[in-house]
Design a protein around this ligand. Structure first.
Ligand code: F6P
Length: 543
């Protein structure tokens, strides 16, 4: 976001507006909530509890226009190579394109391949679920173990957890990601090899964690059932057929995807096989249809009515003008408890960049914020203290279904009351006068009041978005995920960065490969003093 007319205008707006509080904005305009709420399908987005007025919004939309946002959105959907540093198109949207229209990359329509793999996923997931495809000893495959990491783990893990209510009764899903042997050990001790399907999910099929875990699981299976059993118990999801074969998985048991699908955008592709197995192919398609609905909205809605665009612009307003480089996502829903971890990769791996598309180093503005979160109400009892009384605000996204899938007694009403109360408390706060009056009314004397009163003040004016979905379904979940994907892209466009590469993960991988042989032998290469000392000490401790 280099200095430009819109940036200068926003700076002016910040100087004019920043001392205005949310309470003042609501006092001034009793229609504010209505005015800044968008209803789309089964989703309601209330962004009225954010720090802006019409003039700020105008300046933010000018910023979007200045970056040709509409055209840049089309570039993505049309398969232009917007992942510049890897020279790739970015077409996770084609995976959920049910329009019947072609999508081209380098003059080739990608839709026939996508539809072919979807058909293969349907046939396979139906066969496993019905028991037509069985394990080597004739048993039904009811334990699904996804072995993958990053985008090959977090998406399927988050979605299968979120859609737990839709799982077939006899299916259990497990996810092995960490290279820590504990991840494998704890899953393998729970499952019966005869009933287990291992899914090795890796876009590159070279990721050390995934391949090491997959080898361990393969050895375990072969030990129990023999080499011949591998073809009934192992499938691969990858773009790299050569490596899949090298690993020893038959190409017929591979579900492919393509370079135009980024790892953290891949749950809609073959990487979603564990989802289809858990909830059934039709529900997997519903998830994709929810995402498609959000794609159509993002592509066609005017910027001023466009949910991901508004979210992105408000995020930029906080990040670059208020200097709030953090952001919390709190689903008030137990099934969605892994959404923040999933979004962490989506947002931080996409926009945690400091080089622009024109190769210039970014020195004068901030890009992606730190994202964290957890499920409400649990997190009210952990980090919410900081949200309410920490020294600086943290913009929050609250997400809640209006109707629970488990309407038990008063649980859901209490949950709803809490999410509304938290957003209200963050915004309204509690003044010193209110605190003093409250303490007096409770019978405290002036000395006691003086001692405690400042600790009980809530500054307020802390912004939040509220997302209410009717119910958590595959469709609404698909919409929500796609909404965040598009928010991330919009911000990347405005920050002028490549949101689809991830070079920042490479250096650590390279160094780990250098250190590994040093841990295995007497060899010690040149490192910094601290690393050398740590290597020596670890070797001593391990004997
Ligand atoms: O280390 C980062 C990363 O490249 C992610 O972007 C990706 O989702 C993950 O590793 C896993 O990669 P793969 O699917 O190729 O095993």
């Amino acid at each position: 976001m280099p200095v430009s007319l819109a940036v200068a205008k926003l700076m002016e707006e910040y100087n004019r507006f920043s001392s205005t509080t949310l309470n003042e904005l609501f006092d001034k305009d009793e229609k504010r909530a209505e005015k800044y709420t968008i209803e789309f399908s089964d989703l309601m987005y209330d962004y009225s509890k954010n720090r802006f007025d019409d003039k700020v919004l105008d300046a933010l939309f000018d910023l979007a226009e200045e970056h040709n946002l509409k055209a840049r959105i089309n570039d993505m959907f049309e398969g232009k190579k917007i992942n510049v540093s890897e020279n790739r198109a970015v077409l996770h949207t084609a995976l959920r394109n049910f329009s019947g229209e072609s999508v081209y990359v380098d003059g080739k329509d990608v839709m026939p391949d996508i539809l072919r793999v979807q058909e293969k996923m349907k046939v396979f997931s139906d066969a496993v679920r019905s028991g037509e495809f069985r394990g080597a000893t004739g048993k039904k495959l009811t334990n699904i173990v996804n072995i993958g990491i990053g985008g090959s783990d977090l998406g399927p893990y988050m979605v299968t957890t979120a859609l737990r209510k839709y799982w077939a009764d006899d299916i259990e899903c497990y996810f092995i990601s960490n290279i820590d042997g504990t991840a494998c050990a704890e899953v393998l001790k729970r499952i019966n090899p005869e009933e287990t399907l291992f899914i090795v999910a890796s876009k590159t099929f070279t990721t050390i964690e995934t391949l090491t875990n997959a080898r361990t699981c393969r050895e375990w299976l072969v030990k129990a059932l023999g080499e011949d059993a591998v073809k009934n118990h192992f499938v691969a999801l990858s773009t790299n057929a050569k490596e899949v074969e090298k690993f020893g998985i038959d190409i017929n048991n591979m579900f492919e995807f393509w370079d135009f699908v980024g790892g953290r955008y891949s749950l809609w592709s073959a990487i979603g096989l564990s989802i289809a197995l858990a909830v059934g192919y039709d529900n997997f398609i519903e998830l994709l249809k929810g995402a498609e609905a959000m794609d159509i909205h993002f592509r066609n809605a005017p910027l001023r009515e466009n949910i991901p665009v508004i979210m992105a612009l408000l995020g930029i307003w906080y990040n670059d003008y208020y200097n709030l480089h953090r952001y919390a996502v709190i689903p008030y829903n137990q099934y969605m408890k892994f959404l923040p971890s999933y979004l962490q990769q989506l947002d931080m791996e996409s926009n945690g960049k400091s080089v622009r598309l024109d190769n210039k180093k970014i020195t004068d503005y901030a890009t992606g914020p730190v994202l964290f979160g957890g499920a409400g109400t649990d997190v009210q009892h952990s980090f919410f203290q900081l949200l309410h009384q920490g020294t600086a605000a943290v913009p929050v996204d609250f997400i809640i279904p209006a109707i629970s899938q488990n309407e038990t007694g008063k649980h859901h009403l209490i949950l709803l009351a809490n999410v509304l109360a938290q957003a209200e408390a963050l915004m309204k706060g509690k003044t010193l006068e209110e605190v003093e009056a409250e303490l007096r009314a409770s019978g405290k004397n002036e000395e006691e009041i003086e001692k405690i009163k400042y600790n009980k003040v809530f500054e307020g004016n802390r912004p939040s978005n509220m997302f209410i979905i009717k119910k958590l379904t595959p469709f609404t979940l698909g919409m929500l995920i796609a909404m965040y994907e598009h928010k991330v892209y919009t911000q990347g466009v405005i920050w002028e960065i490549d949101s689809f590469d991830q070079w920042g993960v490479e250096l650590g991988k390279q160094l780990a490969l250098k250190i590994l042989p040093e841990l295995e032998s007497d060899e010690l290469k040149k490192h910094d003093g601290s690393t050398e000392n740590l290597i020596k000490r670890i070797k001593q401790i391990r004997g």
